[in-house]
Design a protein around this ligand. Structure first.
Ligand code: ADP
Ligand code: ZN
Ligand code: MG
Length: 490
């Protein structure tokens, strides 16, 4: 059954820019310092203190503006957004209003079924963060002003998303993009990437937009999806009952799994926006734009497509490898280090990274991705395995040792005499032992249960301590079991 209502969703995403210092003063923008240690007269809003724009804020905003195909305004303005809050000492937030730096772009997102959807970007503007109120049961409310003046961008999408799942993919894509561009670390839990979701519903076929609500407090991908699902159902119930949706801001309560009203939505005029008189207009030259454009990295979705065509990888592998730029770089470095590159070997490199390397990265505590062995060494492991010098079991051992000691895999194998054994005489002996010890399995194999062979191969490999060449063992076992076949059957 086709649902009668259609959801319309637009997201407003705030990303904290990775700058050393704040947007308008020289205070450190570092996260996690003791409260109120990163402050000065400018970010505390002392009278007479004058802000000066941090050039790096514009530089990083240009990166994402260009990566999302926005038009860059050569001459843009800052505005004051006025409101009272205890963690906003100036009484206003410096933002951009009428003339944001970037407008009218788009971003492609990949949906569950692999199709690509283009989502409009209405605007990307620069602004500053407010401080943080810490509500403590014992001592009332504390205020930490370290975050005051930390640079943010706000990325406002067009209302192009049609389901919670699309919103999820959009948010994922934004996170991946800001990380690829190196402009934000994309940490939803710590709040360096935040998302407010706007949603409305309308009868299918209707062109006009319904009344929207805005949901705040979405600090995980899961909450984003859940909150939107809840809110869409709530809107539908109201409309079905003949009611009207209130234009308001709501809060997602993850414990109760529901949204509840926070405040009636303030309109733009409530903020009394006016041009910031303390800052000159931001002027961006053509050269600056071209320099930033030329330095943009290949974007995640394109890179994924290239991995599929250039390396012959399955779409799944390409997606996993391109999730983080560092991992994708590593994959390419490993492939470049292969002495005899081939699609089979690329796939092996991919397998090793997706399992062993990502597992090790997952165990790391640090925020920076530190890949535990040089690409040349992983390439060697793959080649030694592909050339049947070592079995997959020994390959794992060699990999672990290479990670631990930093030694080259070929050196480890020579040192420890680990090369795969293809000594037929010795392998035949092992085959004889295993056949003699497992008459039942041999019987099953002969009665047509061909998968019993796997067990016997495994036994021989075990006896060889993983050093026997599995292909050769399989061949020898098949030969051995066939020889006796004619006299015993019929
Ligand atoms: P506001 O003035 O309430 O902030 P904006 O027009 O600035 O609204 O849009 C804010 C966000 O809400 C944008 O991401 C936009 O795509 C989205 N949006 C606007 N109207 C609707 C609607 N009727 N339904 C869903 N999302 C909407
Ligand atoms: Zn300061
Ligand atoms: Mg708005």
């Amino acid at each position: 059954m086709v649902p009668r209502y259609e959801a319309v969703i637009g997201l407003e995403v705030h990303a904290q820019l990775k700058t050393q210092t704040k947007a308008f003063c020289a205070c450190s923008a570092e996260f996690g310092a003791p409260p109120n240690t990163h402050t000065c007269p400018v970010c505390l809003g002392h009278p007479g203190a004058l802000p000066v724009l941090n050039r790096q804020v514009v530089e990083l905003t240009l990166r994402i503006g260009l990566a999302t195909h926005c038009t860059i305004r050569r001459h843009s303005l800052f505005a004051r957004k006025n409101y009272f809050y205890p963690d906003l000492p100036k009484g206003y937030q410096i933002s951009q209003y009428e003339e944001p730096l970037c407008t009218g772009g788009w971003i492609d997102i990949e949906l569950d079924d692999g199709t690509i959807k283009r989502v409009g970007i209405a605007r990307i503007h620069m602004e500053e963060d407010a401080g943080k109120s810490i509500h403590d049961v014992d001592v009332d409310t504390l205020v930490d002003l370290n975050r005051c003046g930390v640079p943010l961008i706000e990325i406002v999408s067009e209302p192009d998303l049609r389901s919670p799942r699309e919103a999820y993919h959009y948010m994922r894509q934004i996170r991946q993009l800001v990380r690829y561009l190196g402009i934000c670390d994309g940490n939803l839990e710590e709040g360096s990437l935040r998302c407010d979701a706007n949603v409305s519903v309308r009868p299918r076929g209707e062109q006009r937009l319904g009344t929207k609500t805005e949901i705040k407090n979405l600090n995980s991908f899961r909450n984003l999806e859940k909150a939107l699902e809840y809110e869409i159902q709530r809107h539908i119930s109201i409309l079905e009952a003949g009611g009207q949706v209130q234009h308001e801001t709501r809060l997602w309560d993850a414990l109760r799994q529901e949204t509840r009203p926070m405040r009636t939505k303030e309109l733009a005029h409530d903020y009394r926006y006016f041009p910031e008189p303390d800052l000159v207009p931001v002027v961006v030259s053509d050269e600056w734009i071209e320099r930033v454009r030329a330095a943009l990295p290949e974007l995640p979705l394109q890179r994924k497509q290239r991995f599929i065509t250039q390396y012959g990888l399955p779409a799944y592998d390409a997606g996993v490898l391109c999730e983080e730029r560092e991992v994708a770089d590593y994959f390419e470095a490993c492939c470049a280090a292969l002495r005899q590159p081939s699609p089979e070997r690329y796939k092996l490199v991919s397998n090793w990274i997706m399992t062993e390397v990502l597992r090790l990265l997952g165990e790391q505590q640090s925020k920076e991705l530190r890949i535990p062995l040089p690409p040349e060494h992983l390439a060697e492991v793959v080649e030694l395995y592909a050339e049947e010098v070592i079995s997959s079991r020994i390959a794992k051992e060699v990999f672990a040792e290479a990670v631990q000691t930093g030694k080259a895999p070929r050196a480890i194998i020579t040192e420890r005499g680990l090369s795969q054994v293809s000594d037929v005489g010795w392998l035949r002996q092992l085959v004889e032992q295993v056949v003699a010890e497992h008459p039942d399995v041999v019987g099953r194999y002969r009665s047509g249960k061909t998968n019993a062979l796997g067990f016997l191969v495994g036994q021989v490999l075990q006896r060889s301590q993983g050093r026997a060449n599995p292909r050769l063992v399989t061949q020898l076992l098949q030969e051995r079991l066939q020889v006796e076949e004619s006299p015993t059957t019929h």
